[in-house]
Design a protein around this ligand. Sequence first.
Ligand code: HPA
Ligand code: MG
Length: 218
Amino acid sequence: MDPKMWIDINTESHQYSLDHFVIPDHYETALSSVLIPHGVIMDRVEKLAKLIVQEATGPLVVCCVLKGGHQFFADLVNYIKKNVTRGGNSVPLSLEFIKVKSYSGETSGEVKLSLTDDECKEFAGKNILIVEDIIDTGKTMVQLLAKLKKYSPESVKVASLLIKKTPLSNGYIPDYVGFSIPNAFVVGYALDYNEYFRDLDHICVISEHGKEKYAIKN
Ligand code: HPA
Ligand code: MG
């Protein structure tokens, strides 16, 4: 996607006070601001669904990257269904779920897929849409794509709700992007910090206190 086509969130103008939104009590002190309110996320996901349907050339295998992608995936699939029933381009969907583990500590940084070789063989000749929550360094996605391409799909496109502006980026840009965000750690809308904050509707910036409160304790 051409960067001109996505919403650029910059820190100065897009930090909403927590007081202006409903935040679960258990996260109130763990966040510093609301970056993208839930309603704005939903409106943007609806637009991405419309673009995806317009550009689809055949049945789609919509592939959710767990766990962070699950909320975006669920809302995106719902909007694609709605678009079709409202007379948009008609696209049959099948749904797939993958868990990707990346071993960033190792020099190879290799990713491991939860799908078996036999399950991946089902991708041959199909149009795949990978649905991811965030592109950060881009390493995981580049490797996931390389792995999937070995199974000879007809096409592979990627929809990521967020892309982070980080100096560590490898330059990878997905086919569909919701928002580009500042180089901060964000949580909510299924994005987690140590498995917490997935149960928060808005995308928020975590606070220093939040990082301590929800740190892994041994
Ligand atoms: N938040 C949650 N998960 C992530 C992030 C982030 O900012 N970057 C990469 N994975
Ligand atoms: Mg992810």
